[in-house]
Design a binder for this molecule. Structure first.
Ligand SMILES: Cc1cc2nc3c(=O)[nH]c(=O)nc-3n(C[C@H](O)[C@H](O)[C@H](O)COP(=O)(O)OP(=O)(O)OC[C@H]3O[C@@H](n4cnc5c(N)ncnc54)[C@H](O)[C@@H]3O)c2cc1C
Length: 437
């Protein structure tokens, strides 16, 4: 390849939701984009792989429909091939199941355990938080609730809802919990019947159809910076180091990795301080369990809030039979570890979740086989940070971050990644034109 073929309008590090949405939006606007991905597949923590006949996610299970992600797909002409996800929630407490009606479900559940008067008081406080102001995020949602209730069952219900947001109840800031609860009202979601990889390949198709490239198995080694302005990236391709010149670089590798790749000496101290203090990755645990018959018969998400760990589980094969081999079912269980922010001890955490599963599912020992165990932390976390931690622009000119390390204040996870990409692309459009324009 001659030198000119390594010039792009934008170089993007990482083919996760943030990176691919950025690439597709830019390619659609006429920018020549290169996405480099160190793994052999695209999608990052929103991808999937086949294992023993099962389709397993690398992270995300579902994506909001009619929201930020779908709007990017629509705009760039990518097929959003998701099928409706069962949004129902059922709490399993003391061996009994409490399905939560979509409307008024939380109040009904709280009043079951705490009576009408306490439920009314708590719901009034939540409505006030929705209507007037989020509670302060300097306390956890658990500490916020203690002002209104000391009922263990009620606290457990909210512990379960925290797990639905994938954050430990004691660690989740009250304001963040309340914002996500409000955003979840009336939300709908879907999953790709063949797994997330197929969905993400659609964005690759758009980037390539519009003159861009996506190189998998290609690690960015360095971000080139001169006098606090970005110049491009150095990648390892087919065993060689290759310079890719680009006036704009977007990193989906996470803000900490971005600084490592560009060199901390190129950033201002205030930016580095914010990064250190605010961008803290969250940990999470997941198990995939196989059985001949469904281990739970509820189609949506089953919340098990009173165990050693806060746990949610779902018999995914009820809604997506394609995910399991013929004649088999697949239950997925997820739990926040003892602390979302401290390094986790995988063996101990998994042991806790297995004990909880055995108690929550009477036939577990007879019928269940654990097929796969995953944990997410550090460089490959649940989320790289909570929303609002850091802006997408870095202190290096024309170097941006996207993804869940710089999530804006929208629904957690994939919507936040897509919206971070939209914010960045809008800024690029204001500042630079494609070279070919
Ligand atoms: C268990 C779990 C369940 C989840 N469930 C949901 C859900 O149901 N719904 C939802 O909306 N969200 C969910 N999420 C959150 C969602 O998956 C993430 O927020 C989202 O996928 C993060 O995307 P990203 O673009 O920030 O980064 P990533 O997906 O991490 O992508 C970054 C990419 O950059 C690559 N990379 C890193 N360094 C380099 C380098 N030097 N060179 C080249 N490439 C590099 C990585 O390999 C990776 O592919 C879940 C997450 C987890 C872990």
């Amino acid at each position: 390849m001659d030198q000119s073929s390594h010039k792009y309008d934008v170089a993007i590090i990482g083919a996760g939701m943030g990176g691919l949405c950025s690439g597709a939006l830019l390619a659609n606007q006429g920018y020549r984009a290169l996405v480099v991905e160190k793994l052999p597949f695209v999608g990052g923590r929103a991808s999937s792989f086949k294992y023993r006949g099962y389709i397993l996610p690398t992270g995300a299970l579902y994506v909001e429909t009619g929201g930020y992600v779908e709007s990017v797909f629509k705009e760039v002409g990518a097929t959003f091939g998701v099928r409706s996800f069962p949004m129902g929630i059922c709490f399993r407490m003391d061996g009994k199941d409490y399905p939560m009606p979509q409307k008024g479900g939380l109040r009904q559940l709280v009043s079951t355990f705490a009576g009408e008067a306490e439920a009314a008081r708590l719901m009034a406080a939540i409505r006030r938080a929705f209507r007037w102001n989020e509670p302060s995020s300097s306390i956890s949602i658990r500490d916020w609730l203690l002002r209104y209730t000391s009922n263990d069952k009620v606290l457990a219900i909210f512990r379960g809802l925290s797990n639905y947001q994938c954050v430990n109840f004691r660690d989740e800031p009250a304001g963040e919990f309340m914002r996500q609860l409000k955003l979840s009202i009336g939300a709908s979601a879907g999953a790709h019947p063949q797994g997330f990889l197929e969905l993400m390949k659609e964005l690759v198709r758009v980037i390539e159809a519009k003159g861009g490239h996506v190189w998998t198995g290609c690690r960015a080694q360095r971000i080139m910076v001169q006098e606090e302005v970005v110049k491009g990236i150095v990648v390892e391709k087919d065993g060689d180091d290759l310079e890719v010149l680009a006036p704009v670089v977007i990193s989906d590798a996470g803000p900490h990795k971005t600084v490592e790749l560009a060199g901390p000496e190129n950033f201002d101290n205030g930016y580095l301080k914010e990064l250190r203090e605010k961008v803290r990755p969250l940990a999470y645990i997941g198990l995939v369990i196989s059985s001949d018959r469904p281990l739970v018969d509820f189609e949506g998400v089953m919340v098990v809030p009173e165990g050693r760990r806060q746990m949610t589980m779902m018999c995914t094969s009820l809604a997506y039979p394609e995910y399991a081999p013929p004649g088999k079912h697949m239950l997925q269980a997820w739990a926040a570890p003892d602390s979302s922010f401290l390094p986790l001890d995988p063996a101990r955490e998994i042991d806790m979740v297995v004990q909880d599963l055995r108690e929550a599912i009477p036939q577990f020992d007879r019928e269940a086989e654990i097929v796969h165990v995953s944990y997410w932390q550090k460089d490959w976390p649940m989320y790289r940070a909570l929303p609002g931690a850091l802006a997408q622009k870095t202190s290096v000119e024309n170097l941006y971050n996207v993804g869940d390390g710089v999530a804006p204040l929208v629904p957690l996870g994939l919507p936040a990644c897509a919206q971070s990409a939209r914010i960045v692309v809008e800024d690029i459009r204001q500042r630079t034109k494609p070279a070919a324009a």
